[in-house]
Design a binder for this molecule. Structure first.
Ligand code: HEM
Length: 408
């Protein structure tokens, strides 16, 4: 029988915030991909965990959802245990059949016909935002573009007034706050207070829709459905939080990453100017290159074998998308942001299998629209100093990015 000593022990813990704040995550993951595609970290602030770091292993764990569970009551879907010990039963943290039933309520909001309607709103919003940006003055791209763009879309999806975006952002930040610094009682108490406030606000919207005929917005879809119409308070909190985090922090960070990518590879912006038909591919490529969701986590439901190792029942395995998306075996010259990359679509930034991101089409549309505006306006977005990076091993992003817009 395998013992701890037989395991491929990972001597550096890739869950440390510092790797992401200091932007030094590339080297440890490159070493792990080369030396230990599946490794075990026996000690971290989040407890022991397995790491899968190559494209094929991450995809394998995703597809073996009968053994590698997402269930909130088995653990959580991030490296941190269910939000500091509190159960968070949303549908991303469920297995079949609950997952399937609840996902079916939300997925039609992103069907091709809905996407045609949403696309009009995305285009109008992006143009308005870009029109309002100062030229030749330093401003924060995260504050003026990435945040209002994604939160505006979220308000449309929920059919709620845009004026409430600051509250929604605050709740979203609390709901997604995975960090070793947050593993304490004080954070947990504040987290629960914020989630309670969020529920009180959203319950008013849900009740309002319950008394009216069904419409296309996400809250109406929930209350008028069998699978999500009568959820307990914590389940309502968790599902609303899922939708606001899913629709917000992720796309937001890809939008900020665009500035960094075009600044590092200015030739790629020139390429898009010469051939705008590459813009949809550039949207895929920025998600691969940035990997706004660093990882997702699963828990083994039974003893099982993976990549020649025995994973014990109850152990957690972290799928590092940020590493799989730099896997040279799949993406040659993986560090390069390449808008013409032939297989950019194979990125795992949206996950894979039954939990693959339900809002992927909307995220791609928002990103392609923003890239299109930068290309069409013949501008350069020039960083003015280093950005501030998010302290989290879960969401890979920026809290501030000073820039100046200059005409070409
Ligand atoms: C699931 C990434 C945008 C809503 C996921 C997963 C990832 C992800 C990695 C988990 C996949 C897995 O476990 O296999 C992203 C990225 C985005 C983005 C990188 C933007 C660039 C959005 C948007 C929405 C959204 C715009 C909608 C408002 C969701 C939901 C799930 C999900 C509801 C749960 C799906 C399930 O469990 O079946 N996303 N997402 N996401 N995402 Fe996104």
């Amino acid at each position: 029988m395998a013992t701890l000593a037989d395991r491929p022990i990972n001597t550096f813990d890739v869950s440390q915030d510092a790797l992401y704040v200091e932007d030094t995550w590339r080297e440890p993951f490159a070493r792990l991909r080369a030396e230990m595609p599946l490794s075990y970290c026996p000690d971290s602030p989040f407890g022991p965990y397995w790491s899968a770091v190559t494209h094929d292993l991450v995809a394998e764990v995703e597809l073996r959802h009968d053994v590698f569970s997402s269930r909130w009551d088995m653990g959580n879907i991030t490296i941190a245990e269910a939000v500091n010990g509190e159960g968070f039963p949303n549908f991303i943290a469920q297995d079949q059949p609950i997952h399937t039933a609840q996902r079916r309520v939300i997925a039609p909001a992103f069907s091709p016909s809905q996407m045609m309607k949403l696309d009009k709103a995305v285009k109008a919003r992006t143009k308005e935002l870009m029109d309002g940006l100062p030229v030749g003055e330093t401003f924060d791209w995260v504050e003026r573009v990435s945040i209002p763009q994604t939160l505006g879309m979220l308000c449309i999806l929920f059919d709620m007034p845009f004026e409430e975006w600051r509250d929604i952002k605050r709740w979203s930040d609390w709901a997604s706050g995975v960090s070793a610094d947050n593993l304490n009682e004080e954070y947990r108490a504040q987290f629960l207070a914020q989630m309670g406030e969020m529920l009180a606000r959203f319950d008013r919207e849900l009740e309002d829709r319950r008394g009216k005929p069904p419409t296309d917005d996400l809250l109406s879809r929930m209350v008028h459905s069998e699978a999500m119409g009568h959820m307990e308070p914590m389940e309502r909190i968790a599902n609303i939080a899922l939708l606001i985090v899913g629709g917000n922090d992720t796309t937001r960070n890809s939008m900020s990453a665009l500035v960094e990518a075009f600044d590092t590879y200015p030739d790629q912006l020139e390429r898009l100017r010469a051939d705008p038909s590459l813009i949809p591919n550039a949207a895929q490529e920025i998600i691969r290159w940035q990997s706004p969701v660093t990882h997702m986590r699963r828990t083994a439901l039974e003893d099982t074998r993976l990549a020649g190792q025995t994973i014990r029942k109850g152990e957690k395995i972290v799928m590092w998308y940020i590493s799989a998306n730099r896997d040279e075996a799949v993406f040659p010259d993986a560090e390069k942001f390449d808008v013409g990359r032939a297989n950019a679509r194979r990125h795992l930034g949206f996950g894979h299998g039954i939990h693959r991101c339900v809002g992927a089409k909307l995220a791609e549309d928002q990103l392609a629209t923003l890239i299109g505006e930068i290309v069409r306006r013949n501008i350069r977005v020039i960083p003015q100093g280093a950005p501030t990076r998010l302290a989290s091993p879960f969401l890979h992003g920026f809290t501030a990015m000073p820039v100046k817009i200059a005409p070409l």
